[in-house]
Design a protein around this ligand. Sequence first.
Ligand code: FCB
Length: 458
Amino acid sequence: MEPRDLAQQDRPDSGHAELPKDFVWGVSTSSYQIEGGADADGRGPSVWDGFSHQPGRIANGDNGDVACDHYHHWREDVALMRDIGVGAYRFSIAWPRVMPTGQGAVNEAGLRFYGRLIDELLRSGIEPWICLYHWDLPQALQDRGGWVDRDSAGWFADYAGLIGDRFGDRVRRFATFNEPGVFTLFGYVFGWHPPASNDISHFYRAIHHVNLAHGGAIDALRAKVRRASLGCIHNVQPVHPVGQSREDVAAAGMLDAIWNKAFPYPQILGRYPGRLVAAIEPFQQAGDLERIRRPVDWFGLNHYSPIYASADPKTPLGFVWRDAPADAPRSPIGWQIDPSGFRDTLVEVSQRYGLPIYVTENGAGTKEVLDASGVINDAARVDFLDLYTLSLREAVRRGADVRGYFVWSLLDNFEWGAGYANRFGLVYVDFATQRRVPKESARWYKRLIAAEARRAKP
Ligand code: FCB
């Protein structure tokens, strides 16, 4: 089914559920995916620089050396956001841009870049939401063991303290990590992300150390930032077994524990999900769960589509990652479209963790090309966003405490293993010229935000 047909046949019955007062409409990006300026002004290398330059890792041999060259186009990019009318911008700081070797020496030029960006956002009436870690670990720390080394928790807390210290006077919204469930599984089991390790004990160690790093960073930020509003950004998606056998159901349960629960459970509930307890226990020390479970203010939730697993006892975790059923409705890049899964996820996460939710990423991938018309009518993205924001309203009507929604992404950008082939932007980027062209979806979002602002007026 085409997304358009889906929009007509399966429109969530949301009416116009009232969203909470001060609901935040934003956009998201991340450092390695947009900045470029890979060795500008003293930035150190990150694990993604090395990985993306290895032959065969990234589609079309792409890398993030230049990306959207946001490092030089940031002012124009803020103007694009101002034109859409977003109230918030979630971006990440490249740790190696501000601490080139991840520890010790600070790169003032890198800090100045983010300082100017923050000031321009504030002048434009856009609240900055900073994510400390969107996967670009300094290579120098990887060389010392990266997340497999327990010291990584301390390295990260120091970095968090630096950012809180320098920007906490102007910024109160900070997230520690983006999707720890993704970069650990993809980096330490599947080899799709750096460090492409396949030692399963490294995987479990990394999970635990990233959790410790989260707790330490929350403490560091609380100490530095008055009125801090803190969280972590988790990927949460329904996990389905491909078949109904007991083995497939167990496989899906394992993927669910790793993907959806390995981080929010200890961080918010103070325990690991049952299926992971024994595997992580050898790396735990007395008091660790208290170090991890620090009070947070909200749950950052990224969501795209359901995921699938089937049993395979030959694999290290007993499952293989599988594709959605052939007849599932899909976006132009093949990701399943399932707005009711989004609605149910919001309701479930709200009940389970009892925290306000900000949807920190949601969006659709496409394969547009700019033709002579100069216009990009990304109808599939508009339909997707329309369906998913209606589902969000339905979740709110069912009691989910959702306070904001950020579209992924402002700009087409470096989409990890897919390189520049998959486009997620509200704004098209011509990577040859760095020209930005707002798509129809940018106009759709602008209208939605304006309509919501009118509704919110007394
Ligand atoms: C998420 C990532 C984000 C982007 C989207 C499409 O998993 O957080 O960087 O790649 O997927």
